[in-house]
Design a protein around this ligand. Structure first.
Ligand SMILES: *Cc1c(COP(=O)(O)O)cnc(C)c1O
Length: 235
């Protein structure tokens, strides 16, 4: 086993252990939380090592990087997640490669995804990105726009809404992080009550290397973790 392989396996085991512990504190089973390994810091060969170690959900934040890694990485067990912004001119090439788009932040993008998925004959699975912290003006739907966006989404035949995605403000203050994640979960709970039958808000994609344990305690079902998995790996 090479040093890189060993280190990745150790990092993965450590992250999984902390996920399980946080899930336990929240009274949930560890397998209620999906780990998406964000591979944007490493080349495809390192992402491949992670997949061989058993982590099959991989994420990229830039569509072009996702295309390149998906082409290089031949492991058929891998399911790709796009966690960053999707430009409309990149939809057609991205959709066939991904299991889930986490970051739909406008009705315009959602409608364009629906059109493209209709042409491809394969429904797209998406999360709506919400600007819960308020300090990232350009990223995510304002909470007030969620209900109307969901109503409209319910009329689109080729997109399937699976839940919400959000990030905590970058203060690094645990109480503020917990408040942002708690707010996203509350929004989800409120919206679920009035949700059209063909929309599900079951998934909450929240939590990154610095805050995933808090996110899980606050109800996250998908964590997007990059740097913690690649500690000690030369770039
Ligand atoms: C990079 C990135 C992550 C992972 O960040 P880390 O702090 O390295 O775990 C998660 N989500 C998104 C949207 C990202 O761009």
């Amino acid at each position: 086993m090479s040093d890189v392989t060993r280190r990745i396996a150790e990092n993965l085991a450590a992250v999984r252990g902390r996920i399980a512990a946080a899930a336990g504190r929240a009274g949930r089973p560890a397998d209620a939380i999906e780990l998406v390994a964000v591979t944007k810091y490493v080349p495809a060969q390192i992402a491949a090592v992670l997949a061989e170690a058993g982590c099959h959900a991989l994420g990229e934040s830039r569509p072009q990087a996702l295309w390149a890694k998906a082409a290089e990485l031949a492991n058929p067990a891998v399911r790709w997640h796009l966690v960053g912004h999707l430009q409309r001119n990149k939809i057609a090439r991205t959709l066939p490669l991904v299991a889930l788009v986490h970051s739909v932040d406008t009705l315009r993008l959602l409608t364009a995804i629906d059109e493209e998925a209709g042409l491809a004959g394969r429904p797209a699975q998406v999360l709506l990105e919400v600007n819960v912290s308020g300090d990232r003006a350009k990223m995510g739907l304002p909470p007030a726009q969620l209900a109307p966006t969901i109503q409209r989404a319910a009329e689109l035949a080729n997109v399937s809404i699976r839940g919400l995605m959000g990030m905590a403000s970058l203060t690094g203050v645990a109480a503020a992080t917990r408040r942002d994640f708690g707010r996203l979960r509350e929004l989800r709970d409120q919206l679920t009550a009035e949700c059209p039958a063909n929309v599900s808000l079951a998934e909450l994609s929240m939590g990154m290397s610095g805050d995933y344990e808090i996110a899980i305690e606050e109800g996250s079902t998908i964590v997007r973790i990059g740097s913690a998995l690649f500690e000690g790996i030369p770039a």
